[in-house]
Design a protein around this ligand. Structure first.
Ligand code: HEM
Length: 483
């Protein structure tokens, strides 16, 4: 059966029954030290598209931009269904935005995009919200963490609070504070969950993971999801009550995502249409947006400053560009983008080096097809492996080196950098994330000199086999600059 199935799939190492290519993966993993290095090893042997069997399940990996474009853009109808098993479908059960498909997905993705756009995604309001949180967080840390002429902070916590508050403001108009117990608990549970996260959490059926047999393992992994979901449900109940007793008035479509959702539920009820918008799906959509929007951007920012601490020459060049533009008299805004070529290159290089998804989310192929000249049968899980594309030596010379200049000397390089994925299922929060990275990096470098506490952190991930490529843990000192 397995041999027959292999004939309808791209080439790859020979699998064994039940364990698939697990043994080869472990062997090369120990030898090469990271999941991405193992993928590159198989790419050398089998080409730009190859198959790896995760136990009894074949999974196909694309490591080339042109093949990704050809499949995910030109043949989007076959390559746009989400493969959602494992932890991804826990609580969601095919709902939300990340793990849903079909009409449900289309409606909820469209609603989320339109609503976030109305609240400023792609307009000035978004910039104002990001900068308001930036100013607040910096001023707050100045009060509590000012030591020997600088704000001294744990980088991960600083960016977590800043980014967590930005997305929370957009969703429910609330900010997190330093002593927020709920936020602390979410972050601790998430860190613990991610430490224990592994291949079974991606590929096993959700019902298996959620069975009492697996409770010993899953408890820690599911904890942050349970926690965020509970908090979200509590927040919805609170808002509904406030609306009912007149403490919260929704005017002009409301002030945040939750308001807009309540308006939509009411409208659908009034119009008597059959709808998938209700309090439960609202909790899952918010749960999705919070999860997808917090950890990702915060992790990328933590990566960025670990690179800057190791490359003072980049910081100097960047600051010169920003001071020449602003005269040191104002902050950088999104309108400055065309005039900041070096900052744009820095943001690109940060996202390339960070490549925060070690293993990108999978799609499920809808019908038999051909990919890069090889057969691909319906029902197979496929992914464009972004972390491979971004470390392809033929495209990005010396890929382990942090070198923003590469984007200045080669204008074509930017198009092959796709940290937000490609095609219909690409990241919904791309413009928000890009705005956050641009504004926060620019204004921190403009406002502060940076120095490490001790030696600069190595630009190296803590978990080379995890789902999320976690950045180094380090503290940093931000010394105010008098312009
Ligand atoms: C640096 C920050 C971010 C990175 C690198 C990132 C990356 C990604 C990637 C690679 C995907 C999967 C695309 C695919 O299937 O090929 C994705 C999906 C998604 N992201 Fe992001 N993301 C970031 C920030 C955000 C933010 C801020 C939000 C929310 C406001 C968000 C919401 C989502 C959602 C909802 C999906 C699922 C889309 C769907 O299945 O239709 N992301 N993201």
């Amino acid at each position: 059966y397995q041999w027959k199935k292999c004939q309808k799939l791209p080439k790859g190492p020979t699998p064994l029954p039940i364990i698939g290519n697990f043994h080869q993966f472990v062997y090369h993993g120990i030898k090469l030290g990271s999941a991405v290095a193992v993928y590159h090893h198989f790419e050398k042997l089998y080409g730009k598209v190859f198959t790896l069997w995760m136990g009894p399940l074949p999974t196909v990996y694309i490591s080339d931009y042109d093949v990704a474009h050809e499949s995910h853009i030109k043949r989007a109808n076959i390559f746009s269904k989400r493969f959602a098993t494992g932890t991804m479908n826990y609580i969601r059960n095919g709902r939300g935005i990340i793990a849903s498909n079909g009409e449900f997905w289309q409606e909820h993705r469209r609603f989320a995009l339109t609503t976030l756009r109305n609240f400023g995604l792609g307009r000035n309001i978004m910039e104002e919200k990001i900068m308001e949180e930036y100013r607040y967080r910096v001023a707050d840390y100045k009060k509590t963490h000012f030591k020997n002429g600088a704000i001294q902070v744990h980088a991960g916590t600083f960016f977590d609070l800043l980014v967590g508050s930005i997305i929370n403001q957009l969703l429910i108009s609330e900010r997190f504070e330093q002593d927020d117990k709920e936020f602390d608990m979410i972050k601790t549970a998430l860190a613990e969950g991610l430490e224990n996260f592994g291949i079974p959490d991606i590929f096993l059926q959700t019902a298996v993971l959620d069975s009492p047999l697996m409770a010993w393992r899953q408890k820690k992994i599911f904890k942050p999801f349970d926690f965020v979901y509970d908090v979200t449900k509590r927040n919805i109940a609170k808002r509904v009550k406030e609306v009912e007793n007149g403490e919260h008035v929704i005017e002009d479509g409301g002030n945040d995502f939750m308001d807009a959702y309540l308006v939509k539920i009411q409208k659908d009820q009034k119009d008597g249409v059959k709808t998938t918008f209700n309090y439960e799906t609202m909790a899952i959509d918010i749960f999705d947006l919070w999860q997808a929007g917090q950890e990702t951007t915060s992790t990328t920012l933590t990566w960025s400053f670990s690179c800057f601490l190791n490359h003072p020459e980049v910081v100097r060049k960047l600051r010169t560009e920003l001071i020449n533009l602003t005269g040191g008299n104002r902050h950088i805004g999104l309108n400055d983008r065309p005039d900041t070529p070096y900052l744009n290159a820095v943001c690109n290089e940060v996202q390339r080096v960070a490549s925060i998804l070690n293993i990108n989310l999978f799609r499920l192929i809808e019908e038999d097809t051909v990919i890069d000249g090889q057969p691909l049968s319906a029902g197979t899980a496929v992914t464009t492996q972004l972390s491979m594309l971004h470390t392809d030596n033929n495209v990005f010379k010396n890929p382990m080196e942090f070198n923003p200049e590469r984007f200045i000397t080669n204008n074509n390089l930017e198009k092959t950098l796709i940290p937000f994925g490609i095609g219909k299922r690409s990241c919904l929060g791309e413009s928000l994330a890009r705005a956050e990275l641009y504004l926060i990096i620019a204004n921190l470098i403009l406002d502060f000199d940076i120095e490490p506490v001790g030696s600069p952190p190595p630009i190296k991930t803590l978990n080379p086999f995890g789902l999320l490529r976690r950045p180094p843990i380090y503290s940093i000192r931000f010394k105010p600059i008098q312009h």
